[in-house]
Design a protein around this ligand. Structure first.
Ligand SMILES: [Zn+2]
Ligand SMILES: [Zn+2]
Length: 169
C-alpha cells in the first residue's frame, strides 16, 4: 500500500506540492474476472494544492491491465490513462462532498485511490481488440481463430443443450 503523509509536507494556504510517487497498483476484479496491472508499480504525478478552505489532490498516471477479453476470454491488454481529483475541506462538517474518503489521520491512501480511479476510467468492455468476434453462441468456438456461421440450427441435441446451458450461465 502506498500512502502519503501530509504532515511531512506541511503546506500553507496558497502553496503547492508536486511530486512523482511510485504507486503500487492492486489487481482487481471486474465482471467476475481478474485483471492484473503490469507493471505492478507505476510512476504517478501527484499535486497537492492548499487553499484557505481546503486541499485539492490531483493524481495522474498510466496503467496497463492484463486480463481476459469480455468476448473471447483470450488475453487482452488495456492501456488506461488515469487523471483523478479529490478535495478535502478544512471544515467539511457532515458534507460528504467536502471530504475525500482516501484521507485518514493526515495520510492519503494512494493505492486505494489509484485502484478506484482505474475502475472509473475503464471502458464498459475490456476487449482483446475493438472488433473481437467473440465466441460462437452455438458451438462455443473462437470466431477470431475460426470465423464461421451455422447455416441451420443444429439438429445435434448435444450442441443445443450446450447452447441452452451457456445462456443460463
Ligand atoms: Zn477477444
Ligand atoms: Zn460455431
Amino acid at each position: 500500500m502506498t500512502t502519503l503523509d501530509l504532515r511531512r509536507i506541511k503546506l500553507r494556504s496558497g502553496e503547492q506540492y508536486r511530486d512523482e510517487q511510485e504507486i503500487r497498483l492492486e489487481p482487481f476484479e471486474l465482471g467476475g474476472q481478474r485483471y492484473l496491472p503490469v507493471p505492478g508499480t507505476v510512476p504517478a504525478e501527484l499535486t497537492v494544492t492548499r487553499a484557505s478552505t481546503g486541499t485539492v489532490f490531483e493524481l495522474r498516471f498510466d496503467a496497463r491491465l492484463h486480463g481476459p477479453c469480455f468476448r473471447c476470454l483470450e488475453d487482452a491488454v488495456l492501456d488506461v490513462p488515469v487523471s483523478a481529483r479529490e478535495y478535502q475541506a478544512v471544515s467539511p462538517g457532515d458534507d460528504e462532498e467536502l471530504r475525500t474518503v482516501y484521507l485518514e489521520n493526515d495520510k492519503l491512501d494512494l493505492s486505494a485511490w489509484a485502484r478506484d480511479a482505474i475502475a472509473l476510467a475503464l471502458p464498459d468492455k475490456i476487449l482483446c481488440r475493438a472488433d473481437c468476434a467473440g465466441l460462437c453462441a452455438v458451438c462455443g468456438g473462437d470466431l477470431n481463430a475460426e470465423p464461421h456461421t451455422h447455416e441451420e440450427s443444429p439438429d445435434n441435441s448435444r450442441w443445443a443443450a450446450l447452447a441452452e446451458l451457456r445462456e443460463k450461465l
